[in-house]
Design a protein around this ligand. Structure first.
Ligand code: 1PZ
Length: 213
């Protein structure tokens, strides 16, 4: 059997570039394609991260279900999703009620993880050649996602981070070329991720959706 084609993180990050429209709407199709690519990359880092990818896959699947379901035209963008789910009373605002997870609460989890990704990639990009990926990763995690995770997940995450390869090796497994090429690519791609993050943050803040259970 042929080995799966090596894929480059450049294409993955480009999906986030393609998901913002001129009207500053975030399109769910490319957003989820970006996530699928990130999850694939995560798989290449080994089984130690499978508890992370399992959860990420579950969340992406929920969203793909909505995007391919009966109400698919309501799930074209984050903006149309928020409007539809709120107007139809589909979002548990204070306590989970046993109803299916809403798109809003599901995207919120991915959105918080995107903040981690932004900090982590920025840390890698600007880090010194001899800096440790595990330290960059732990610092980014503690400054973002950790606040939303119980102790046991924080512990498991921190242990897994120790398995990450050194900075330059990590930049090379991104498959963009040399470590310098990867740093240059990150410099180009990160503003787009920041943009997706801030538009989503604004949208969720506006509708008071930043603490959905
Ligand atoms: C390069 C190294 C990758 C490290 C990944 C860093 C993120 C660590 C996150 C660990 C969370 C895993 C377990 C599941 C947690 C869930 O409880 C939470 C909340 O969901 P809920 O329980 O409310 O339904 N899920 C999340 O916070 C979403 C986490 C998604 C992480 C995606 C990481 C993508 C990695 C890309 C790698 C380049």
């Amino acid at each position: 059997m042929a080995a799966p084609a090596a894929f480059s993180l450049r294409e993955v990050l480009a999906a986030f570039q393609g998901c913002v429209t001129e009207r500053r709407e975030v399109l769910l199709g490319p957003y989820l394609r970006g996530w699928r690519g990130l999850i694939r990359f995560l798989h290449s880092l080994g089984a130690i991260f499978s508890f992370v990818s399992k959860d990420a896959v579950a969340k992406v699947q929920i969203m793909e279900g909505y995007c391919g379901g009966e109400q698919r035209e309501r799930y074209v963008s984050l903006q149309s999703m928020v409007e539809y789910e709120l107007a139809s009373g589909l979002v548990d605002l204070h306590k989970r009620s046993g109803r299916p997870d809403s798109g809003c609460r599901t995207v919120l989890r991915l959105h918080r993880a995107l903040r981690w990704l932004q900090l982590f990639l920025e840390g890698l990009r600007t880090g010194r050649e001899d800096s440790r990926t595990s330290v960059i990763c732990t610092d980014s995690y503690n400054a973002s996602l950790a606040a939303y995770h119980p102790w046991v997940i924080r512990k498991a995450a921190t242990v897994a981070f120790c398995a990450l390869p050194p900075r330059n090796a990590f930049l090379e497994i991104m498959n963009v070329g040399t470590a310098e090429d990867a740093v240059a690519m990150l410099g180009e791609a990160l503003p787009y991720i920041c943009n997706v993050y801030s538009i989503t943050q604004e949208l969720f803040a506006h509708h008071k959706l930043l603490d959905l259970p």
